[in-house]
Design a protein around this ligand. Structure first.
Ligand SMILES: [Zn+2]
Length: 251
């Protein structure tokens, strides 16, 4: 028989650690999901968009940017943050996202019936009405999942050396054959909308990948790094930058 008060060989420590790790992992997974849900809600109910959202929102159409289930967007060749156009590095961001159909009707229907049952419950009391309110919310979520599928969004974004490490993913929402991007700066969003407008008016060159209206005298960026985030995965930091070689430095 083992002595009960003999010190265990630290079996508790790893299990507590792994439990904490599991919680952290769950939080890391949940946080982007709630952020995404909120972004989707803002697209479905545009009243929720604030002034910054509107200034930084760019809307792309499936006809122009989507092939199969893959969206390709090339953002203007300027730094995502300061707008610099020289010595750029590019980041190719690939994210799996859910695309929705008739989402507003489903959300409105679910919210409406939940509110109706809650109203009745507050008048007459009774657990059943509260349960029905919850069921309406659950049914709404189930219907949303049923009327949605996964698509991949590939966005190419540029950065200067100074701002490369702080680079953030743009907010993305897929809805009814539209891709909504919330870009990290007003100037980038303005430039992207300008390019889109020029392309649609036919003044920009015919571009296979879409939205690239930039003149060719801009030097191709020296470095290109690919970043991929799978659907529902916790966000990984953007990859570290390799050092830029300046043209004068060449030996
Ligand atoms: Zn910059």
């Amino acid at each position: 028989m083992a002595e009960p008060d003999r010190e265990p060989i630290a079996p508790a420590a790893p299990s507590a650690g792994s439990a904490r790790r599991n919680i952290e992992l769950a939080q890391a997974r949940l946080r982007p999901m709630t952020r995404q849900a909120w972004q989707n809600l803002k697209i479905w109910i545009p009243f929720l968009l604030n002034r910054t959202d509107r200034a930084r929102q760019v809307i792309y159409h499936a006809r122009e940017q989507r092939e199969g289930f893959v969206w390709r967007v090339q953002l203007p060749a300027q730094c995502w943050q300061c707008g610099a156009e020289a010595e750029l590095l590019t980041r190719e961001i690939e994210v799996d996202l859910r695309s929705f159909e008739q989402a507003l009707a489903i959300v409105a229907g679910a919210a409406g019936s939940a509110l109706f049952f809650m109203f009745l419950a507050s008048l007459f009391g009774g657990k059943l009405l509260w349960v029905l309110a919850l069921v309406s919310v659950g049914a709404g979520v189930a219907l949303l999942l049923l009327k949605s599928w996964t698509e991949t969004v590939c966005v190419q974004m540029s950065t200067c050396r100074e701002h490369a490490e702080q680079m953030r993913l743009p907010g993305m929402v897929l809805d009814q054959n539209e891709l909504h991007l919330f870009l990290p700066s007003d100037s980038l969003a303005g430039a992207a909308r300008g390019e889109l407008r020029a392309t649609r008016l036919g003044r920009g060159r015919a571009l296979p990948g879409g939205g690239r209206g930039v003149e060719s005298d801009v030097e191709p960026p020296p470095e290109h790094v690919k970043y991929r985030q799978a659907f529902g995965a916790p966000p990984a930091p953007l990859p570290e930058l390799p050092p830029i070689r300046l043209a004068d430095d060449e030996e």
